[in-house]
Design a protein around this ligand. Structure first.
Ligand SMILES: [Zn+2]
Length: 205
């Protein structure tokens, strides 16, 4: 029996997807997708139900929270499609309340007929350490940027402090430090980039 593209995706490590030129999800590596979904119940169940059927044909950026995060990743992925950069490779944190997770995202072009109409999106967990619960990682994430609520860096998972302070007047602290400074419980957080991570992403450009 010949090896199909789906067999290959199913065999690859991490959450693996094929994106088209509009960054829509066209294929998903099945076993790891199911495992990822079951390990990570949606924090906002109304935001998206993550059955395989419900993600196909949706832009991958639908699953990124925060306007700046979406715009930056869209630019990075498009630059790979244009051939302006060979790939995107980003190490980032994606914690659950009781698990510290270090992830690596790699987005590489799939060439066919000398053209790049598709991308391979692969997100691998390379370290997962259990730890005492950090509640804010269980909070729902708003889709839009919102400086008035707790903002978490989408790359390094540090928190903008003090909450609600204008850009430039805030520092980025570890989530545990947030609680040490008597940061309160939050029902909703937003995702953005700290200055250091944003500068690193721009360098990538
Ligand atoms: Zn950061």
């Amino acid at each position: 029996m010949p090896v199909t593209q789906q067999n290959m995706l199913d065999a690859m490590d991490g959450v693996v997807m094929v994106l088209d030129a509009a960054l829509r999800i066209k294929q998903v590596g099945e076993p790891n997708w199911v495992r990822f979904r079951d390990d990570n119940p949606p924090q906002d169940p109304t935001a998206f139900e993550r059955s395989k059927g419900s993600v196909l044909d949706r832009p991958i950026t639908d699953f990124f929270a925060g306007d700046a995060v979406r715009a930056t990743f869209t630019n990075l992925f498009n630059s790979v499609l244009r051939g302006a950069r060979p790939l995107v490779r980003i190490d980032y944190r994606c914690d659950a309340p009781t698990v510290r997770r270090e992830m690596r995202l790699a987005v590489t072009p799939i060439a066919s007929d000398g053209q790049m109409h598709h991308l391979l999106y692969q997100s691998i967990t390379f370290r997962a350490q259990p730890r005492p619960a950090v509640a804010l990682f269980g909070a729902a994430v708003t889709e839009r940027d919102d400086d008035a609520i707790l903002t978490l860096c989408a790359i390094c998972a540090r928190v903008a402090w003090p909450v609600g302070a204008p850009t430039g007047a805030r520092e980025w602290i570890e989530p545990t430090e947030y609680y040490r400074r008597d940061g309160g419980d939050v029902a909703m957080i937003s995702h953005g980039f700290c200055e250091a991570c944003f500068a690193r992403l721009k360098d990538e450009d």
